[in-house]
Each structure stands twice: as C-alpha cells, then as structure tokens.
Design a protein around this ligand. Structure first.
Ligand SMILES: NC(=O)c1ccc[n+]([C@@H]2O[C@H](COP(=O)([O-])OP(=O)(O)OC[C@H]3O[C@@H](n4cnc5c(N)ncnc54)[C@H](O)[C@@H]3O)[C@@H](O)[C@H]2O)c1
Length: 436
C-alpha cells in the first residue's frame, strides 16, 4: 500500500514509521519545515523511545520519506491519513477542527484515482461527514471514501501500542474502503489484533468514550485518595483491592496530581460540548473535568502543608515536568499549574526533567532549570516528584539530605514506600497515604 500521512507529530510520525515497518510505502507530510528538515537529517523532532531506530531503518529501506509537499504524496497514495492536531478551541472547549478541515481541502485538490481518506486525529462525531462534504465541494469528481480510524497509542510506549494494539477501530460503511483498511493493517490482522468495523460516527465516539472513561477512572481514585488521607487508609492498597476485581481492572487506578497531557483534558472538554450540543449532557464527565481542574492547585497546597503551611521565600525543587514519563510532551502537564501556584504563594522554584526541559521553556518561566535531580534539590526546602521517571525511583536520600535546606519529600506519584523515606530521615508526604 502507498500511504500518505498528513501531520508528522506524535501520532503521525509513529504511525507512519510503523506502517513503513509493516512493509508499506509511506510519505509523512508536515507543514512545519523545521520538523521535516530535522527528520531529513535523521533527527527526531520528539522524544519517543525506539523511534529513532525505527525511523532510520525504514528510511534506509526506502519505505519512509518526509516532505512538506502534500500534493505529490496524496496523488500517489491509496490511503491518506489525517493526523493533524485537534486542540481545544480557545474560549469554548470545542475541538478546533481548523487543521483537519484545511488538510481535507488540500487533500481533495490532489486526489487521483480511488483513495481512502482516513481521520486518525481525534475528532468529534460528525467530523467524517464534514470532511466528506469538504472533499466533494472542492473536488466533485473525486473518487474517495472517508473513514474514521481513531488512534489509541500512548506516548512513551507508542511503538509497542501501535504494533500490539488492544484493538483497531475502523469506521466506514464503504466496502472498498474496508478492503483497503484490511490491507493497511494486514500484519496486525494476521497477529489477531481485534479489528472492530463500525459505522463512522460510532468509531468517532468510541475514541472520546474511551478517553473519558480512563479520565474518570483516574479522577475516581484521586477522590478516593483524598478520602483515604482523611480517614487514615492507604489508597495504594485500595487500588489493589478493587483492581483485582476483573470487572474493575487494575490499570488507571494510580492516585496522583490529576490527569494532564495532550489528550484527556481536551478530549473530555470536547465530549462535554458534543453532549451539550446534542441534548445529552454527560454529568459524570462534567464532574471529572471540574474535580481534575481543582486538583491541580490543590497539589501546591499539599506542598505548602508539608512545609508547615507557608512556602514564601522558600525554594521548592520539582522533579519531572512532562505530563508522564518517557515523553517530552508538556501539553497540559500537571507540573505547569503546580509551579504557577507555588510561585503565586511566593516560592522560588527549581526544576529538572530528563527529556522535557526544552519543551518546558515554552510553558513555565521564572524557574531555575537544573541539569540533574541533585543540583535541582540544592538549597530546597521541599523536593516534589511530579512525574515518575525511572531515574527518580532510586534517589540517594543521604546525598539529597546533605544538599537540601530541609529534608521534605512530596511524592505526588507514590513511587516510594513511606517507611523507607521516613527511615532516611525525611518528612514524606504522598497521595492518599498517611504522612510519615
Ligand atoms: N499524542 C497522543 O498521544 C495521541 C494519541 C491518540 C490520538 N491523538 C490525536 O492525534 C492527533 C494528532 O496529535 P499529535 O499529538 O500527533 O499532534 P502534534 O501537534 O504532535 O502533530 C500534529 C502535526 O500536524 C501538522 N499539521 C497541521 N496541519 C497540517 C497540514 N494541513 N498539513 C500537514 N501537516 C499539518 C503540524 O505541523 C504538527 O506537526 C490529535 O487529534 C490527537 O488528539 C494523539
């Protein structure tokens, strides 16, 4: 299959490289010349484990190309994927479909022969209809089918997720498109990955329902964590105690500073808007959004409480800035409102992240960027773990204690056993467990 991937970001680049690895001929297109130039030099524009090797191998094999020129890539393609961003629209929380509509128009102009146009971006119900309308309006003669194929990969484990998906969802009522999609995903099909063929609108809604459900699970355990703190229970054990029930499942039950990232915040908001517009308000998701928003600043109050209620004039060291480990993605990271709130309370903030420092500079200011965890902790009255990178799991407490102004550890990811930290002479505050 010849594939054009429009949008070479976290999803487009990973999907494009994986499709090439399946043996397809893939051209990744992006408007961002700097991104395409970097890829041309063999440099990855994002941090994703294993991506550099996968891209290099497939470029070398001649199956993966990068360009800013959309028309030739689309003209030659059997399948054109739209993997552009769909951020929250400023002001109202609807998904901003500007990039999707623009891509649809550009694709339409270049279509040549029967082509399947597939929306991989996360888009509200009915977007497939609109993409189809735009294509018909721009090119009434075009022979194409518009398919929804939402992506479920997780940053940080994106290649594995793409190659071993829990399921592939394909929304189309067109028989020819179904055949092309079978061919595109043939290697996964042969590996018996479940492929769910649905109507297009159903596929679009599956993606939002999945993300909203996961966000709900996280928010649920976060509220249980708050209660556990009040009543002297341990949320980790509660999560295990309920997660062993197959009907509940153990995943996404880690209490923490609230969900962030490039997907859950914007997707929950967009789903709320779709619900309201269609007279079917989603009250559970509304509560999830409200509770999660309030939680972000509450985490700063937790840090202040560990310091006796006042952080003014004190230095707080923040470990981990990205919204989760193994990515450099800073979009809607919980570290951002936490740092702002600490600054509002008068704290001086040191930060360190293994991969997100460059990206973080666009999101946070007035902080000291430090080269590692120990220099970050220097002179700090509290060390706060916000993102659970591997390298924060075995910190040298003696070394930290020697360099900090006060031995206080606020672990917003519960990565340490409380007794171990207390034995090391630290005041230890975590989430949903009694303070040690
Ligand atoms: N990041 C994730 O983990 C993830 C997971 C599943 C689904 N998604 C969804 O996938 C979509 C893309 O997300 P992302 O994180 O990869 O976004 P991103 O911002 O990393 O990448 C989007 C890319 O599209 C490019 N672009 C925009 N308009 C273009 C056009 N007309 N022609 C060519 N290129 C164009 C941009 O320059 C950018 O490089 C979103 O809808 C998102 O919700 C993301």
């Amino acid at each position: 299959m010849r594939i054009a991937m429009i949008g070479t970001g976290y999803v487009g680049l990973v999907s494009g490289a994986c499709f090439a690895d399946f043996g397809h001929e893939v051209t990744c297109v992006d408007k961002d010349k700097a991104k395409i130039d970097a890829l041309g030099r063999g440099e990855m524009p994002i941090y994703e484990p294993g991506l550099d090797d996968l891209v290099a191998a497939n470029v070398k094999a001649g199956r993966l190309k990068f360009t800013t020129a959309l028309p030739p890539a689309v003209k030659a393609a059997d399948a054109v994927f739209i993997a552009v961003g769909t951020p929250s629209r400023r002001g109202d929380g609807h998904a901003d479909l500007t990039f999707v509509h623009e891509a649809a128009r550009e694709i339409a102009q270049a279509l040549d022969g029967f082509t399947v146009v597939i929306t991989k971006s996360t888009v509200p119900v009915g977007t497939g209809d609109e993409v189809e309308r735009i294509i018909k309006e721009t090119r009434p003669d075009a022979d194409c089918a518009v398919v929804s194929n939402p992506e479920f990969l997780r940053e940080g484990a994106a290649i594995r997720d793409f190659k071993h998906p829990d399921r592939i969802v394909v929304g189309t009522e067109d028989a020819r498109a179904r055949e092309v999609m079978r061919e595109v995903y043939r290697p996964l099909y042969l590996n018996r990955a479940p492929v769910l063929f649905t109507e297009r609108r159903t596929a679009e809604l599956i993606k939002y329902a999945a993300n909203a459900f996961l966000a709900t699970k996280i928010t649920f355990i976060n509220e249980i964590a708050d209660l556990a703190e009040k009543v002297g229970a341990d949320v980790q054990e509660i999560a295990r105690g309920i997660g062993l029930d197959n009907r509940i499942g153990a995943k996404f039950l880690h209490a923490g500073p609230g969900f962030g990232g490039s997907c859950f915040p914007k997707d929950t908001l967009a789903l709320l808007k779709t619900g309201q517009d269609n007279g079917a308000p989603l009250r559970v998701v509304e509560a999830v959004v409200t509770v999660n928003d309030a939680r972000k600043r509450a985490m700063a109050r937790k840090v202040a409480a560990a310091l006796g209620g006042d952080v003014r004039g004190k230095t707080v060291a923040v470990l981990g800035l990205t919204f989760k480990p193994n990515t450099d993605d800073m979009r809607e990271a919980p570290s951002i409102p936490l740092i702002t709130a600490l600054q509002d309370m008068g704290a001086k903030v040191h930060v360190y992240d293994p991969a997100g420092m460059e990206q973080a500079k666009a999101y946070i200011g007035n902080v000291e960027f430090c080269p590692d965890a120990y220099s970050c902790a220097k002179g700090a009255s509290a060390l706060v773990i916000v993102t659970e990178w591997e390298e924060f799991r075995a910190l040298d407490f003696d070394r930290l204690k020697a360099t900090m102004a006060q031995p206080v550890l606020v672990d917003l990811r519960n990565i340490y056993p409380p007794e171990e930290v207390a034995r090391a002479g630290f005041v230890y505050e975590s989430v949903g467990r009694a303070r040690k």
